[in-house]
Design a protein around this ligand. Sequence first.
Ligand code: SF4
Length: 201
Amino acid sequence: MANAHLSPEIATQLADLYARMEAAYDDVARQLDFSCQGCPDNCCDSYFRHHTYVEWAYLWEGVNELPEERQRQLVARAEEYVEASERALAREQRPQVMCPLNDDGLCTLYAHRLMICRMHGVPSSLTRPDGQSQKFPGCFRCQELVGERADVPTVDRTGFYRELVALEVAFLGHRRHLLPKVNKTLAEMLVEGPPGLPPLP
Ligand code: SF4
C-alpha cells in the first residue's frame, strides 16, 4: 500500500464541487435569512462519519501544506478525539467532542473541510439510488427559524453526492473493488494518515 495522491485534475474537480455545494448552501441560507452569526453552539463538535477516499486524500493535501509541528499537534488532538469518542460510544452515547481541526471556533483547514461540514446547517434533501428520499431538517437554530413553515427552501444534495461518487470512482479506478468501504470520523482520518491504496497499474 502506498499513500495515494490526488491528480491535479481530480483535486480541481473536487474543489469546484465543494464550491458549488457552498453556493447552494448560501442560496438557501439567504432565502431563509439564516446565518451562523451569534450562534451559541458550534456544530464542529457534531459526530459525523465520512465515506470517501477522495475526500480523505484531499483533507491530507491540506494537512501536508501545514508546518510539520502543526501537523503533529493536529494528529495528537485527533488521537485525543478518537479516545474520547470511543469512551462515549462505549457508554452508548453519541460523542460530542470538538473537531481536532477547530481552533477557537474556526476551522484550520477551511478549504479542505469535508462535504458534510459544508452541508450541515440549512434544510436539505437527498434522493438515494434506490429512489428513497431523505430529508435533513438543518441545525437546531435553523429548525427554530423555519418552524412550521410549509414552503421551506432546501439544498438538494442528490446531484452533489452523485458527482462525489464519480470522483471517488475516478480516483480509485479498479482499486475500488479491492478496498474496504470508508466509514471514519475526520479524526480517524488524521490519526491514520493519508489513505494507503494499492498502486494503479
Ligand atoms: S473540519 Fe473544520 S468545519 Fe469540519 S468539523 Fe472540523 S473544524 Fe468544523
